[in-house]
Design a binder for this molecule. Structure first.
Ligand code: ATP
Length: 419
């Protein structure tokens, strides 16, 4: 049986992954975990999300399935923050039976939960159609994430990474986290790039531990169970109450849709190709804006202040550069997560040079004249540009990385990982 759970937490505390960790403890007497618990990140642009739009799926084997369901339901009812208006828990129990149709229906739904915006009725309709045992509380919105996570656990992810989440002792929650920074530095140096997003060295930030009052002490992200366990064994910190190793779609770019600029929609994320249309402009607050064009359609893009040194790359763009942009569309602006420089313009076209100055235009189509010596020329000239950029992929630094964004250490080709 696979148990999917979502939408149990609030901004004031709790976390659906912690509920799942406690549940695993409670179930350990009479259910076996068969395979890896899964942490699924859904569309990062959903307005109802509390933090990272996470949902959980637990693959379980038990003789007494009714007892398992009873424990799951009781634990959600006991731990979910029902008092928060925005908390609408959902639980889904998927059994082992599988028809080709169900597989296509559930995987299609799960992909849409990552890439698209769904209605609660979309989940309810599939639950009814396939006769799935489920519980929805309040407006039941959590059924969306619960069904998506359970579906990915049942049928598998096409690409995945791992995160080991360590949880705090209950009486420590709300106090500053006690983690030995030197041990984190050493563990990071020894395990990177098999682990990533532990530290943001350039921006002097510890990124694997939250600053919120929730029970998470830290989360170690990496490419394999061995890699994250290895790092875990090296970190010295306050006592850990429990830990869970999750398989996850984090760091896979699963949220990105391929599309033309003319087809983009709000609150979805894209990988788009285009040509830089205008010179980047830095606004107050340090956000950098520019536009790209493709087939006559123009799209505004932004590298916002939190993306730090990614802005240095963006500021060097020139009209005519061929690029790809990766990110989410919010308020008609593509928020950059990554950028690929594919073809950089190497020449600028300027008025001809004469007597140490640029010649003056004599009017449209009438050529140019030197104001000093009177010489005339018909055509503009190509001036070589000194570009400070190398082609290839650039990314937002770890301190600004979205859970789903694939870090460049996981990508092949010409990459410029941020660290
Ligand atoms: P945390 O990361 O702390 O567990 P959260 O950020 O996951 O919290 P939730 O409290 O789970 O946020 O709220 C997200 C809500 O949005 C859930 O009810 C989930 O079912 C729903 N949801 C997730 N993806 C989509 C989607 N693509 N379309 C519509 N609703 C979605």
């Amino acid at each position: 049986m696979i148990v999917g759970i979502d939408d149990t937490d609030s901004k004031e505390g709790m976390c659906t992954t912690y509920l799942a960790a406690v549940l695993l403890g409670r179930l350990s007497g009479y259910a076996k975990v068969r395979g890896q618990p899964m942490l699924v990140r859904l569309n990062p642009n959903i307005e109802f999300k509390t933090r990272g739009n996470a949902a959980i799926a637990l693959p379980l084997e038990a003789d007494d399935e009714a007892a398992v369901k009873d424990t799951v339901i009781k634990t959600v009812e006991e731990m979910a923050v029902f008092s928060d208006d925005n908390t609408n828990p959902g639980i889904v129990f998927l059994d082992d039976s599988c028809t080709g149709r169900e597989r296509a229906g559930l995987l299609g739904f799960a992909m849409r939960a990552v890439q698209d915006v769904l209605e609660i009725s979309d989940a309810e309709q599939l639950i009814g159609q396939y006769g799935i045992d489920a519980r929805g509380y309040k407006n039941s919105r959590g059924l969306i994430g619960a069904l998506a996570a359970a579906s990915f656990r049942k049928y598998g992810l096409s690409d995945s990474t791992y995160e080991l989440i360590a949880y705090r002792m209950q009486d420590a929650c709300g106090t500053p986290r006690d983690i030995d920074l030197q041990s984190v530095r050493e563990a990071d140096a020894l395990t990177y790039p098999d682990t990533w997003d532990t530290l943001d060295i350039r921006n002097s930030r510890v990124v694997f531990a939250p600053h919120t009052p929730d029970p998470v002490l830290f989360g170690i992200r990496g490419k394999s169970p061995d890699a994250v366990r290895r790092m875990f064994s090296m970190i010295r910190s306050e006592p850990v109450e429990r830990s869970v190793l999750y398989e996850t779609n984090q760091g896979t770019d699963m949220h990105l849709l391929r599309a033309g600029i003319g087809d983009v929609r709000e609150n979805r994320s894209y990988l788009l190709c285009g040509t830089v249309y205008d010179r980047p402009v830095t606004s107050t607050g340090g956000h950098v804006f520019f536009s790209i064009v493709e087939n006559g359609r123009i799209l505004k893009c932004a590298s916002f202040e939190p993306t730090k040194q990614l802005r240095d790359v963006v500021r060097e763009l020139k009209p005519g550069d061929r690029i790809s942009v990766y990110g989410s569309l919010k308020n008609s602006i593509l928020n950059l997560e990554k950028i690929e420089l594919k073809g950089l313009v190497e020449f600028d076209v300027q008025n001809p040079l004469c007597c140490g100055r640029r010649m003056k235009s004599k009017g449209a189509g009438q050529g140019f004249r030197c104001e000093k010596c009177g010489a005339k020329k018909r055509e503009k000239e190509r001036v070589p540009l000194m570009r400070k950029l190398e082609s290839g992929l650039y990314e937002a630094p770890p301190c600004a990385r979205r859970h789903l964004a694939k870090p460049l250490v996981r990508m092949a080709g010409r990459v410029h990982p941020s660290r």
